[in-house]
Design a protein around this ligand. Sequence first.
Ligand code: NAG
Ligand code: NAG
Ligand code: NAG
Ligand code: NAG
Ligand code: NAG
Length: 320
Amino acid sequence: MHFASLLILALANTAFANSSTGCKKELPPAFPNPGESTPLDLPGTDRDYRLYIPSNYNPKNPTPLYISLHGANRNMDEQERLSQFSNPLFNPDGIAVYPNSRNGYWLSNPKAHTSRPNDLDYMYDLITHLEDKLCIDRNRIYAAGKSNGAGFAGVMACNATVGSKIAAFASVSGGYYNISDIPGLGPCSPAPRDEGYPFLEFHGTKDTISPYDGGGRDDKRPVIDVLEEWAGRNGCPKDARWNSNVTVFEHPLVKHASWNCGGKKGIVQHYREGDWGHCWASTVPNGDTEAFWKQCIPGKYVFNATEVIFDFFSGYQLKA
Ligand SMILES: *[C@@H]1O[C@H](CO)[C@@H](O)[C@H](O)[C@H]1NC(C)=O
Ligand SMILES: *[C@@H]1O[C@H](CO)[C@@H](O)[C@H](O)[C@H]1NC(C)=O
Ligand SMILES: *[C@@H]1O[C@H](CO)[C@@H](O)[C@H](O)[C@H]1NC(C)=O
Ligand SMILES: *[C@@H]1O[C@H](CO)[C@@H](O)[C@H](O)[C@H]1NC(C)=O
Ligand SMILES: *[C@@H]1O[C@H](CO)[C@@H](O)[C@H](O)[C@H]1NC(C)=O
């Protein structure tokens, strides 16, 4: 990119930053030092989370916040290792937060609803708390998740109150259900907004936990249906098929699909990982190559989902 456009971009980011109430405040004593992460309790609740603060954190600079949600039966610590959102290689200057579910599952599977706490309230309270303690750019809050956590990222996106705080969403090997079937929720009703709902999805065709074509335990939805719905919400015609279908990274197995909707290029994107399973794509072994070793073969993938996610997020921010 040309230096002048970089400069304009930098100025634009500062000019339109949306400072949270935590700006200019000292870091609370319990919070991690910049460059570190630590587990914390959310005051007034029975919930906890893990927080990472980048080494260059400056309470005068509105800073982006990246939310990373763990999969079923996993936790915030495992998600930090899996998603690598605290790794400066991928995230040089953003805050990362790893919310913890209360019992290993997020609010997203209608059949498993009864024992679920209201995770939407938790997310709302957590974001509000962090905005009050840290200098966050409220226009640059992003959410990503794995599996059940990816499904919950979709639930957040569908909720007008919580989804409106999030500029873009990323979903890795998500387990998707019909949100209308979750008692007390549904149907999917994000608040209208000009920016649209940027949605990035990764899925392996050999995923046995969240099968690509749907089904599996508790009858999950086909990935393509979920993608087409987000395309529809972004102004594409109903049932829009993907309009680019190229092989990326010169890799014969990975297909990249991208939807241009309502004048927004690539607002919905999908990486279809042929011959791979329920995995967070990484060129180096990670938690998934251990947990799902039969379907997540180390060395099989030539890209890092985390890198693609941060690149995608960098293209979006909320407007006033
Ligand atoms: C959206 O989330 C908020 C915050 O938790 C909650 O109060 C509200 O009931 C939710 N809305 C719907 C339609 O589920
Ligand atoms: C989701 O569930 C609702 C209520 O049961 C139903 O009306 C709707 O058709 C379902 N949507 C899909 C895509 O299955
Ligand atoms: C894109 O690729 C997938 C997988 O190879 C295929 O099922 C689909 O039909 C293709 N779509 C288009 C529009 O070519
Ligand atoms: C992917 O990330 C790992 C660190 O987790 C890094 O060593 C590797 O170089 C990255 N690969 C690419 C292609 O960027
Ligand atoms: C700042 O963010 C809040 C919460 O998303 C929003 O209501 C408000 O309009 C934003 N203000 C500006 C100036 O972008």
